[in-house]
Ligand binder design. Structure first.
Ligand SMILES: Nc1nc2c(c(=O)[nH]1)N[C@H]1C(S)=C(S)[C@@H](COP(=O)(O)O)O[C@H]1N2
Ligand SMILES: [Mo]
Length: 388
């Protein structure tokens, strides 16, 4: 628990630059190099069609960001991607209730004030939609500082009974689902094994980058599971239910399910597996040109395992090490930059790969197990740029 609220770093950065008036970026922290200086320009990707544009934030629809424009450690709330599968319910704070039900010793109903009066925690967490992919140039991403309270403490007070193994999170948003010939109204729901739900970093968040959570991101309360794909972060949370068996809702058991060829105890099978922890992934998102040369920037997301390196390859050249933002935290995204000082004019293919502290290396798409669904796209993502 943090005693004092820290301001998001981008605010500090703005203030610092205004007062300091520092001209060069040398000596400044990594993230301050991201904002384009006057003498810097974006180098065009030739793999991005001229017509490509990030959709505006419109009520009820999906939004992804233009990753070429990422220029801060914290994604501004107005740029952060938005995904939901049903409606966007508007919940009056005064009417809000969080029900904790099922196999608990103390079933509870909490108001927003009850939740806010609990000890506050803040955590930097970046995540991507499990459906993030090259066709949107990885725009279903964001990194924010989340403020809220510990889910673990709430669950411990409710007292999960010995037979309670599955913790289900329900959102207030609803839609109609058809299963065979039956139609039923359903609320968005996701579940976790109780050992995952009791991990100390899982939180009930009511703030994003120091502001109250807005409608699009799940006001007034959502789950944040650091290190997991976005789908775990249930928005408009209004019930937590503990049960003694698997939850079978659509977004747990049928959708957000990866179908991939795997070795199952020595037998090769098509395995269906729910999207959970983020897989080790890096991607290049922008190239800039300044007086000193070119800079390649990208991001890394994973489950929180420390990283060993990020490397860049230009055309058929060797892998060369990039610099990882040293101020990144365990569950934030990790931005990286590479000083591409020997760029020659013409079109080039550039790609990144990340290696974690366990020696796991981000593979190429061709090296990965055969996969039949769009979920969990984490192979290397080659980009093409034109150097003038
Ligand atoms: N209640 C509810 N929560 C939800 C969803 C939803 O449809 N309903 N979508 C999930 C998915 S698939 C993602 S990727 C994230 C997106 O969170 P964001 O819109 O704040 O970026 O929310 C998750 N939480
Ligand atoms: Mo998602």
């Amino acid at each position: 628990m943090k005693e004092e609220r820290e301001r998001p770093r981008r605010d500090i950065l703005k203030g610092g630059l205004a007062i300091g008036g520092i001209a060069a970026t040398a000596g400044l922290p990594f993230w301050s190099k991201l904002a384009l200086a006057q003498d810097e320009t974006l180098v065009p990707f030739t793999d991005v069609p001229a017509t490509f544009a990030a959709p505006p934030v419109v009520p009820g629809s999906v939004h992804f960001l233009d990753t070429r424009e990422v220029d801060s450690f914290y994604t501004p709330v107005e740029d952060f991607y938005i995904v939901q599968h049903y409606d966007q319910p508007e919940i009056a704070e005064a009417d809000y209730r969080l029900r904790i039900t099922g196999l608990v010793d103390n079933p509870t109903v909490l108001t927003l004030d009850d939740i806010k009066s609990r000890p506050k925690v803040e955590i930097d967490a970046g995540f991507e939609c499990g459906g993030n992919r090259p066709s949107v140039f990885q725009g279903l991403i964001g990194n924010a500082r989340w403020g809220g309270t510990s889910l673990r403490d709430v669950l411990l007070e409710a007292g999960i009974r010995p037979e309670g193994i599955e913790v289900v999170f329900y959102g207030a948003d609803k839609g109609s689902e058809t299963i065979r010939d039956t139609q039923a109204e359903q609320h968005f729901g996701r579940s976790m094994h109780y050992t995952d739900a009791l991990q100390p970093d899982v939180m009930l968040a009511y703030e994003m980058n120091g502001e109250p959570l807005n409608l699009y991101h799940g006001a007034p309360l959502r789950v944040i599971v650091p290190g997991w794909y976005g789908v775990a972060n249930v928005k408009w949370l209004d019930q937590i239910h503990v049960q003694d068996r698997r939850y079978m809702g659509r977004f747990q058991a049928r959708d957000y399910v990866t179908l991939a060829r795997r070795d199952i105890g020595g037998v090769e099978r098509w395995e269906e597996r729910s999207v959970t922890r983020m897989r080790l992934k890096s991607s290049i998102i922008r190239v800039t040109r300044g007086p000193g040369g070119h800079t390649i920037t990208g991001f890394v997301l994973n489950d929180g395992t420390p990283l060993r390196s990020v490397e860049i390859k230009v055309d058929d050249g060797p892998w060369r090490e990039a610099e990882i933002d040293a101020t990144s935290t365990q569950y934030s995204w990790k931005l990286f930059s590479y000083a591409w000082n020997d760029a020659t004019s013409g079109e080039h293919t550039i790609v990144s790969r990340v290696t974690d502290a366990n020696g796991q290396v981000q593979a190429t798409e061709a090296e990965m197990p055969e996969k039949r669904t769009r979920w969990e796209n984490y192979g290397q993502f080659p980009r093409t740029v034109m150097i003038s």
